[in-house]
Design a protein around this ligand. Structure first.
Ligand SMILES: O=C(O)CCC(=O)C(=O)O
Ligand SMILES: [Fe+2]
Length: 202
């Protein structure tokens, strides 16, 4: 296990061109990763994601939450969200993400996928509220899931797996040139929590 993990080169770019994605592998022992999974499951204010798209009220099965340094507000699909104040554990995790990446973050979007039926469609995190080309640090706890990148022009696809207690960083022009997606899968019956630490322009 650890032998395999030690073989991970964090400087290796998973993308062949047009961006930089580094996979740091597992940052935590299984016990610590389980601890964070349980704390996050029980202390985060999970809510369904809501949107009004073409007059239709859409509610996701996947649950979301948003935390930040300030009560930032963010409007999309005719709903406005406000960032909640950090919990102690989120601050611990933010610090670890900052130490690993050498950047600072001021907000975190969390997603709870109850099982493999739930996923996230292709998108890029290129909102104007995010600093251009600023790094996004993605931490995962719980069920291991497949994660895909697709180039916007060439359509080239890159596959990776996000392990329990792992960190993946997307930076440089990744969001400009690549989409990413968490595909649904029948193989996964357990829950997964993902945290994306971000830097908003405020
Ligand atoms: O769950 C994941 O790994 C991806 C989440 C994501 O892409 C996002 O929150 O923007
Ligand atoms: Fe994303």
């Amino acid at each position: 296990m650890d032998l395999f993990n030690n073989a991970i080169n964090v400087n290796q770019n998973l993308l062949p061109y047009g961006g930089t994605v580094n996979y740091y592998g597992k940052l935590f022992s299984p016990k610590n990763a389980d601890y964070y999974f349980n704390v996050l499951l029980n202390t985060i204010e999970w809510k369904s994601d809501e949107a009004f798209i073409m007059g239709k009220h859409i509610i996701t099965k996947r649950k979301v939450a948003w935390y930040g340094n300030d009560a930032y507000s963010y409007t999309y699909s005719n709903t406005t969200k406000y960032a909640l104040p950090w919990t102690d554990e989120l601050l611990e995790l933010k610090k670890i993400a900052e130490q690993k990446t050498g950047t600072t973050f001021n907000s975190c979007l969390l997603n709870l996928y109850h099982n493999g039926d739930e996923g996230m469609a292709y998108h890029s995190d290129d909102e104007k509220t995010l600093g251009k080309n600023s790094a996004i640090a993605s931490m995962s706890f719980g069920a291991e899931r497949r994660f895909l990148f697709k180039h916007k022009q060439t359509k080239e696809t890159i596959t990776t797996f996000l392990e329990h207690g792992s960190l993946l960083v997307m930076k440089d022009d990744t969001q400009t040139n690549w989409l990413h997606r968490l595909p649904p899968t029948k193989k996964v019956t357990k829950a997964r929590i993902n945290l994306t630490f971000r830097k908003m322009v405020v």
